[in-house]
Design a protein around this ligand. Sequence first.
Ligand SMILES: Cc1cc2nc3c(=O)[nH]c(=O)nc-3n(C[C@H](O)[C@H](O)[C@H](O)COP(=O)(O)OP(=O)(O)OC[C@H]3O[C@@H](n4cnc5c(N)ncnc54)[C@H](O)[C@@H]3O)c2cc1C
Length: 279
Amino acid sequence: MKPGAFGYRRAESAEDAVRLFLEVGEGAQYLAGGQSLMATLNFRVSEAGTLIDLTRIESLKGIEQRGNAIHIGALTTHASVARSSLVRKRLPLIAEAYVHVAHPAIRNRGTIGGSIALGDPASEMPACMLALDAVIHANGPAGKRSIPIDDFYLGLYETALEEGELLTGIEIPLPAEGARHGFEEIARRHGDYAMAGLAVMTTGRRARMAYFAISDRALRSTAAEDAFVSGASPAECAEVATREMYVFGDLNASENMKRHLAGVLMRRVLLSLDGGASA
Ligand SMILES: Cc1cc2nc3c(=O)[nH]c(=O)nc-3n(C[C@H](O)[C@H](O)[C@H](O)COP(=O)(O)OP(=O)(O)OC[C@H]3O[C@@H](n4cnc5c(N)ncnc54)[C@H](O)[C@@H]3O)c2cc1C
């Protein structure tokens, strides 16, 4: 199918993008890799008055270490993040998760910022950002601000970004010495959106455990984290997560199936940590 008619503006910088968004007004929408947006426009599930193309904004691309954190520009493609030696070495959770994100053609155009801003509940990156305790940087009509990832996802495709606010980058604190990570996802076919998935970071007895494709958004199981910190076994943590998790069924799996998979994933990931998968 083809999309309805829409206008097109190309932004040269983050500030220019926000200015264009305000100038266009109603119907303005940012375009990053277009891998989700163009599909919904083509299927006429959504419509845009004018697309504001972000893809030429070079200052929003790239990955670098800044002090004790890794900064990833919002317009960095999935493929660039996945093959970054810095990411592979210092943030192996992300590199591991990327094996499961879509297919090469989509990873070549889709961006990490687009994925995080869209907030698809079945996407891998939002859960990884929760596990890694990332900070989201944004620039909008009211200026620049930083949003802790714990405050970012509010509901189904709903984030803390305000109207016209552009996600400019992601800051990920470097995991502490001795940190361990675990990642598991269950999908019908490799590259499909997940039926259920879990990303975990632990340091000593501290833990951040974030599910995706289980709820209406990427969501931590703080109950399982607390159980882990108190020394509960993987089976006990799985039992707690299964019982406490807010589960939301979708086309890929019913609520009951997802609740069951939440427990399976928790057990698998925590056992893999005990097997010594070090971050
Ligand atoms: C067949 C298929 C399979 C896929 N499988 C997976 C998968 O397994 N896992 C997965 O995670 N994803 C998957 N995707 C989605 C893919 O990862 C997209 O790249 C991603 O969801 C959106 O990134 P994008 O850069 O293409 O954003 P776009 O499609 O351009 O934009 C998506 C939305 O985010 C907004 N947006 C984009 N960038 C910004 C920004 N910087 N600031 C504010 N708002 C912004 C846009 O306005 C739009 O509303 C799949 C896509 C397809 C077509």
